[in-house]
Design a protein around this ligand. Structure first.
Ligand SMILES: CCCCCCC/C=C/C(=O)SCCNC(=O)CCNC(=O)[C@H](O)C(C)(C)COP(=O)(O)OP(=O)(O)OC[C@H]1O[C@@H](n2cnc3c(N)ncnc32)[C@H](O)[C@@H]1OP(=O)(O)O
Ligand SMILES: Cc1cc2nc3c(=O)[nH]c(=O)nc-3n(C[C@H](O)[C@H](O)[C@H](O)COP(=O)(O)OP(=O)(O)OC[C@H]3O[C@@H](n4cnc5c(N)ncnc54)[C@H](O)[C@@H]3O)c2cc1C
Length: 615
C-alpha cells in the first residue's frame, strides 16, 4: 500500500492482474479448459467460437467502449452499423447463414447488432411456415439485407390472447388478393422489433377470412416501406413506440394497415392455404401457425436468457474476490466479500443454476430439432403438444429464475452494482423483458399445467360439482401454475443428473460439476420447502440436513468459484463491465470509464456563468 497522500490519479493501468484475483486461479481443482469445451459442445467448437470472437473483437465497428454514454438514436444507429458490418464480414469470410461461425457471431453480438427480429424470427418463420417457393423467394433477399422483416403479431389491445387479435385479412377471389385492415385503435400492431425505422416488410399475423368464414390466425408477408426511398407505402402508418426499460438500440414499432392489398401468394402456406376460388385448405395441426413462437422460445433460452445470468455470475464473483470489506477476524486484513457465507449463499446457487439450465437447454434444443424434422419431413404432429407445453414452461421458469438471479448478483455488488458501468443493471433490465415477450410467463405456465395430475384432480372435482369449465380452470390456476413450475424443475434436475452420469470418463470435471448439481437440487428444495413439508415428502429434520449439506457445498464451491466463471470464457468486450473484467482492476476501470461521462466534459463558459450567477 502506498503511503497516505502519495498516490497518483490512475493515468495508466496497474500492470498485470489484480493479485487478489490472481491468487484465486493458481490451483483450480479441475481443468478449466475442459469445462469450457463441455459448455461449447467440444474443443473444436471452442476453437471456432474463439476464432469468431477474435475477428469481431478486433474490428472497431463492433467496439462499444462508449455504450453507456450514447443517446437512443446513437445506440440504434450503432447497432445498424454493426449489423451491416457483420453481413459484410460473413460474405468476406464465407460464413454460411446457418453455419457455426454465423451462429457464434450472432450469439456474441446478441441484441447489440440490429435486426434481431429480422434474423431471429422473420426468417425462421418463413422457413418453417412457408412452402419451398416462398422460402426461395424471400429468404435470400432477407439474408442479404435487401429487405428487412419484422414479426407483427401483438396489438395494442392483445398480446397473449391470439384468438382475440383484431387485424383482418380478407380474401378477394375477384382479384386474387388479400385485403388487410385494422378495424380500431386497439388493432394497431404494437411492439414488433425492427419495425419502428428498419423494416421494409412485415410478417403480419392476422385473422384470415375467406368465403365469409374466419379461419383463425395466419401469417402474411406485407411490404410496408418502399425499397427505393424507404418511405411508408399507401395505407401504411408506421413508427417507433418510444422509450423502453432496455433494448434502446432496438426500434420496436407500431404499424397501422388500412385497405392494404397483397397477392394470394403472400400467405405462408406450408400447412394451410386459400385456393384461387377462396376455398380454405388446412394441412396438419390447428396450432402450427403458433410454431414460430415455440421455436423462438426454445432459441431464446441459450441465446438470451441463460447468458444473462452467466455474465452476472462472472461479474459478481470476480468482483467479490477483489472487493475487500470489513473483517471476519479482528486484527486481520479486510475480508474478500466472497469469503462471507452470506455472499456464497447468494451467488453460488446462481452459478449452479447456470450449469443446470445450460444442460437443460442443450437437451431441449435437441428435442425441438427432432420434432421439427418429424413435422416437416413426415407431417407427424404428435409431439407438438409436448414440445409446446415444455417450451412454454421452460421459457417461463428460466426467464423468471434468471431475471431474479441477475438482480441477486447485482445487489451482491453493493453501490458499484447500481452503477451502469458494472454491466449488471443492463443485464437485469434486458433479461426482465424475457418474462413478457414470446408469451407472458403466467400464461406460459398455465399452458404447461395442462399436463399435470394433481392440479387435474382439483379441476375434475370442481367440474364434477357442476362448475363451468372456464370457472374451474381459472380457480385452479394458482395450483396449475405451481404444478407447471414443479414439473419443469423436476425435468431440469433429472437432466442435470443424467448429464453428470455421462461424464464418468472425465472424473475431474465430473467431480466439480457434481457439487454444482447437488447444490442446484438442494437449493431448489430449500426454495420450495413448504411444498415438500406440506405433501409429507420431507420432515423438518430432513430439511435441517438439507440446509447443512448446502452449507458444506458452498464451502466446496468457494475455492473453484473464479475458475468456474472463467470457464464461461466471456471476453471483457462481451461483459461490458468495469467491475467484472478478467484482470480484476475494478477501481481503475470505474474511475477511467467515469471520465467518459458527458457530465465530466469541460463545463461551457456560458453555463459556468449561469451557475455562478445563481450562487
Ligand atoms: C436478442 C433479442 C431478444 C428479444 C426478442 C424478443 C422477440 C419477441 C417476440 C414476440 O414477443 S412475438 C409475440 C409472442 N406472443 C406470444 O407468445 C403470445 C402468447 N399466446 C399464445 O401463445 C396463445 O394465445 C396461448 C396463450 C397459448 C393461448 O392459445 P389459444 O387461446 O389459441 O388456445 P388455448 O385454448 O390456450 O389452447 C388451445 C390448444 O392449442 C394448444 N396450443 C396453444 N399454443 C400452442 C403452440 N404454440 N403450439 C402448439 N400448441 C399450442 C394448447 O395446448 C391447446 O391444446 P389442447 O390442450 O386443447 O390440446
Ligand atoms: C422487449 C419486447 C419485445 C417484443 N417484441 C415483439 C415482437 O417482435 N413481435 C410481437 O408481435 N410482439 C412483441 N412483443 C410483445 C409481447 O409478445 C407481448 O407483450 C406479450 O405477448 C404479452 O402480451 P401483452 O403485452 O398483451 O400482455 P397481456 O397478455 O395483456 O398480459 C398482461 C397481464 O395479464 C395477465 N394475463 C393475461 N392473460 C391471462 C390468462 N389467460 N390467465 C391469467 N393471467 C393472464 C398476464 O399474466 C399479464 O400479467 C414484445 C414485448 C417486449 C416486452
Amino acid at each position: 500500500m502506498s503511503a497516505p497522500g502519495h498516490w497518483s490519479v490512475p493515468g495508466h493501468w496497474s500492470s498485470g492482474v489484480n493479485p487478489d484475483i490472481h491468487s484465486e486461479r493458481t490451483s483450480p481443482s479441475f481443468p478449466v479448459e475442459r469445462v469450457t469445451n463441455l459448455l461449447d459442445g467440444g474443443a473444436e467448437l471452442t476453437a471456432t467460437r474463439r476464432h469468431v470472437e477474435s475477428i469481431i473483437n478486433s474490428d472497431s465497428t463492433f467496439s462499444q467502449d462508449d455504450r453507456y454514454f450514447l443517446t437512443r438514436v446513437e445506440q440504434y444507429e450503432g447497432s445498424v452499423r454493426r449489423a451491416v458490418r457483420l453481413r459484410e464480414k460473413m460474405k468476406e469470410l464465407g460464413w454460411a447463414d446457418n453455419g457455426t461461425e454465423a451462429m457464434f457471431a450472432f450469439r456474441v453480438l446478441g441484441a447489440d447488432v440490429a435486426f434481431g427480429i429480422h434474423n431471429g424470427v422473420f426468417i425462421p418463420t418463413i422457413k418453417e411456415l412457408g412452402i419451398e417457393a416462398q422460402i426461395a423467394k424471400w429468404v435470400p433477399l432477407a439474408q442479404d439485407l435487401q429487405i428487412i422483416g419484422t414479426y407483427a403479431q401483438t396489438e395494442l389491445g392483445h398480446g397473449t390472447y391470439l384468438r382475440g387479435l383484431e387485424t383482418t385479412v380478407t380474401f378477394d377471389p375477384s382479384n386474387q388478393e388479400f385485403v388487410i385492415n385494422m378495424p380500431r385503435l386497439s388493432s394497431i400492431k404494437w411492439w414488433p422489433g425492427d419495425l419502428g425505422r428498419s423494416a421494409t416488410h412485415a410478417l403480419v399475423l392476422a385473422q384470415l377470412y375467406t368465403q365469409g368464414k374466419c379461419q383463425g390466425m395466419h401469417a402474411f408477408i406485407v411490404q410496408i416501406r418502399s425499397l427505393v426511398d424507404h418511405s411508408s407505402l399507401p395505407g401504411v402508418t408506421v413508427g417507433d413506440i418510444g422509450p423502453k426499460m432496455n433494448f434502446d438500440q432496438v426500434d420496436n414499432g407500431f404499424l397501422i394497415l388500412q385497405n392494404v392489398h397483397i397477392p394470394r401468394e403472400n400467405m405462408l402456406c406450408r400447412y394451410s392455404e386459400v385456393s384461387p376460388d377462396g376455398t380454405y385448405v388446412k394441412r396438419g395441426s390447428d396450432r402450427i401457425n403458433y410454431f414460430s413462437m415455440v421455436l423462438t422460445r426454445t432459441r431464446l433460452l441459450s441465446a438470451e436468457i441463460i447468458p444473462a445470468l452467466a455474465k452476472a455470475c462472472v461479474i459478481a464473483i470476480r468482483y467479490s474476490v477483489v472487493r475487500r470489506q470489513s473483517k471476519l477476524k479482528p486484527g486481520e486484513m479486510e475480508t474478500k466479500i466472497l469469503d462471507y457465507q452470506m455472499q456464497q449463499q447468494k451467488l453460488f446457487p446462481q452459478l449452479a443454476t447456470v450449469f443446470a439450465f445450460h444442460f437443460m437447454a442443450s437437451s431441449f434444443e435437441a428435442f425441438c430439432n427432432q420434432v421439427k424434422v418429424q413435422i416437416k419431413s413426415k407431417g407427424d404432429f404428435s409431439s407438438l403438444p409436448e414440445l409446446h407445453a415444455l417450451s412454454a414452461g421452460l421459457k417461463a421458469l428460466l426467464s423468471d429464475v434468471c431475471s431474479a438471479g441477475v438482480e441477486t448478483c447485482r445487489r451482491a455488488c453493493g453501490g458499484h452494482g447500481y452503477s451502469l458501468l458494472s454491466g449488471l443493471p443492463s443485464l437485469y433490465t434486458r433479461v426482465a423483458g424475457s418474462c413478457t415477450y414470446e408469451g407472458e410467463n403466467t400464461v406460459m405456465q398455465l399452458q404447461t399445467a395442462r399436463l399435470i395430475k394433481n392440479a387435474g384432480f382439483q379441476l375434475q372435482s370442481l367440474l364434477q360439482s357442476g362448475v363451468e369449465q372456464y370457472v374451474a380452470w381459472d380457480s385452479t390456476s394458482i395450483l396449475l401454475a405451481q404444478a407447471a413450475i414443479a414439473h419443469c424443475q423436476y425435468t431440469i434436475v433429472n437432466n442435470f443428473v443424467e448429464t453428470m452420469s455421462r461424464l464418468q470418463h472425465e472424473p475431474e470435471i465430473q467431480q466439480v460439476l457434481q457439487v454444482l448439481c447437488d447444490l442446484y437440487a438442494l437449493s431448489g428444495i430449500l426454495a420450495n420447502a413448504e411444498e415438500f413439508l406440506h405433501d409429507g415428502y420431507m420432515t423438518g429434520h430432513q430439511l435441517d440436513l438439507v440446509t447443512a449439506s448446502q452449507r458444506d457445498l458452498l464451502t466446496c464451491v468457494r475455492k473453484d468459484a473464479v475458475s468456474l466463471v472463467d470457464a464461461f470464457d466471456y471476453s471483457d468486450q462481451q461483459l461490458h463491465s468495469a467491475i467484472g473484467s478478467y484482470d480484476g482492476h475494478a477501481y481503475q476501470r470505474l474511475f477511467e470509464w467515469a471520465q467518459k461521462a458527458p457530465m465530466n466534459a469541460k463545463v461551457p463558459f456560458a453555463l459556468f456563468l449561469a451557475l455562478s450567477s445563481c450562487c
